[in-house]
Design a protein around this ligand. Structure first.
Ligand SMILES: O=C(O)CCC(=O)C(=O)O
Ligand SMILES: [Fe+2]
Length: 199
């Protein structure tokens, strides 16, 4: 298993390019502010329930799914069709990456109490690698990732306003990620993960 080295001797950010690519100002401040305000005000945010150790728990964040089909085969909710803003962002991400996406999961972290626990994103097509493009607007939050077999091998990357993080190759197979709660005061942050769903 290779070791991630996040910074070189001059403190330049280094990521293994076949697994992760990070672009800090994919959107400029004006664009980012525009999208943050728009999504805060118009997205049909929901707090969902998940089963954890046979108990139903409420996710500590709000979310919404937009796309051509439901997020999961057994999800009865109708997918919400693309808005102009989400389509613009999807097009820009696709042009930059050469990837094609058919859905986007939006997460809204209202403050430092909102979080997402350790997990990896599931393959949508068995045997194929999961490629995900993640866009962040608003409050910068730490994105932690750890090796599934050795939890002490852990790294953290601050996802800045307007940034793009591409997660590629075997990243989801060998690594988990999370957004931890923070005791420092935190403003609103919205994250968009563009995905390809095939049922
Ligand atoms: O908010 C983030 O940056 C990550 C969200 C995430 O991991 C997910 O939706 O699967
Ligand atoms: Fe994730």
């Amino acid at each position: 298993m290779e070791q991630f080295k996040l910074f070189d001797d001059q403190e330049h950010l280094l990521l293994p390019e076949h697994l992760m690519e990070y672009i800090p100002a994919f959107f400029n401040e004006k664009e980012s502010e525009h999208y943050l305000t728009k999504f805060l005000g118009t997205v049909p945010w929901q707090q969902t329930k998940v089963m954890m150790y046979e108990k139903e728990v409420i996710t500590p964040r709000l979310s919404a799914w937009f796309g051509d089909q439901p997020i999961r085969k057994d999800d009865k909710r109708r997918p919400v069709i693309w808005t102009d803003e989400l389509w613009q962002i999807k097009t820009k991400v696709e042009d930059h990456t050469g990837m094609i996406f058919n859905g986007v999961l939006l997460n809204y972290y209202r403050d430092g109490n909102d979080s997402v626990a350790w997990h990896s994103d599931k393959d949508t097509i068995i045997g194929l690698q999961t490629e995900i493009a993640s866009i962040s607007f608003g409050q910068a939050r730490n994105f932690d990732f750890r090796n599934k077999e050795n939890h002490r091998q852990q790294y953290s990357l601050e996802l800045q306003n307007g940034s793009l993080l591409l997660m590629k190759g075997d990243l989801q197979k060998y690594w988990e990620h999370r957004i931890a709660k923070s005791s420092a005061p935190m403003n609103a942050r919205i994250n968009l993960t563009f995905r390809k769903v095939l049922h």
